[in-house]
Design a protein around this ligand. Structure first.
Ligand SMILES: [Zn+2]
Length: 351
């Protein structure tokens, strides 16, 4: 696939936390030039030079997306559900979902919202709890839902098909957190495949990040990286922050995060990335975040590995409908490629 087709396919792929099989299959087919492996958690990994003595640079992106899971079916056939990953309850009502059936099909559903005609005065502006919400799949009884193959544990994701506007270089779709990062990691590995590098690059496509960075531990345990570059789809803030506080705008380049609540980035590695971007004329944005968390933090904390996060800004992350831009993606890949050319033994030992 070409870059645009690959990003669209990754965005469309069904893969809430714990159900990443389709994404893993896509990653493996797109990385045919590498020998990839998959574990029982569905983590995918690969390595450019297995057994080499060069420093190991792990390029990680998580394959899962935020979704939902059916908790119970009500007698009228509507579905009680729990969020998979960090949703804000206010973004659910009226959102469309596709729910996967037992036999692998999907059925469309919508988070039911009572028509205003039936709402009492105090209901109209009151936010509701997820526990009060249901997904309606258009059936009239529990039996009908079950006959479709829906049951306890059926997973779901937003029902959106990715669109690309060539003129504006803009993607609209779901799951750019972190499929745009997955696309970055695939592309970086492809561009480096035939380069003579001072380091051994490794691909880490991990599962279950959105529920607590679970999969990346297995990948790090297996790959034993010396350095990590974590690709993320990161929350864009340019439509609701004051100008001076905007740190992740669309079209201004990937975001390099100095800090979030999970990690204070190794400043030496961060400086190397910022200096490299400046030297190569790659636009980047810098941020200090009061929220957030990444796989970088998990590997940094567990194995003491210096990690940076290269984030492609995504508007309206952790909801159904998102935007991101091709130029930000391109610049993220360019920066990672340049960094991998620099990460020799001496440089890595000084991080
Ligand atoms: Zn993410």
């Amino acid at each position: 696939m070409d870059t645009i087709e690959r990003i669209k396919a990754l965005s469309d792929a069904f893969g809430p936390s714990g159900f990443e099989d389709d994404v893993a299959a896509l990653v493996r087919s797109e990385l045919e030039e590498y020998e990839t492996s998959i574990d029982h958690m569905t983590n995918v990994r690969c390595e450019k030079e297995p057994g080499s003595e060069k420093p190991r640079v792990m390029l990680d992106a998580h394959m899962d997306e935020v979704g939902v899971i059916v908790q119970a079916i009500k007698p009228n056939g509507t579905l009680r559900f729990l969020p998979l990953g960090g949703w804000s309850a206010v973004s659910f009502p009226s959102s469309s979902f596709q729910i996967r059936t037992r036999n692998g099909n999907t059925v469309p559903g919508v988070v039911a919202i009572k028509p205003p005609h039936f709402m009492k005065k105090d209901e109209r502006n009151k936010p509701s709890d997820v526990s009060d919400m249901v997904i309606d799949i258009g059936v009239t009884s529990r039996e009908e839902a079950e006959a479709l193959g829906i049951g306890i544990g059926s997973p779901g994701v937003p029902d959106i098909t990715c669109r690309y506007d060539e003129e504006r270089g803009l993607f609209y779709g779901k799951a750019f957190d972190d499929r745009i990062g997955v696309a970055c990691a695939i592309d970086t590995l492809k561009r480096l495949k035939n380069e003579d590098l001072p380091c051994n690059v490794q691909g880490s496509f991990s599962v279950q990040e959105e529920v607590g960075e679970r999969g990346v531990r297995c990948n790090a345990e297996a790959l034993k990286p010396d350095v990590m570059i974590c690709f993320e789809g990161c929350p864009a803030d340019d439509t609701f922050s004051e100008d001076y506080m905007i740190q992740a705008a669309l079209g201004k380049g990937p975001m390099l995060r100095h800090m979030d609540v999970s990690m204070i980035t190794n400043w030496r590695f961060q400086k190397l990335a910022l200096d490299t971007a400046r030297e190569k004329g790659i636009p980047v944005q810098e941020s200090v975040r009061s929220g957030g968390g990444t796989n970088g933090a998990m590997v940094n904390q567990t194995y003491g590995v210096p990690a940076i996060v290269i984030g492609v800004p995504v508007r309206y992350i952790h909801s159904s409908n998102c935007f991101c831009r091709l130029d930000d993606y391109e610049n993220a890949v360019k920066l990672a490629v340049e960094l991998c050319k620099l990460l020799d033994n001496q440089t890595v030992s000084k991080l």
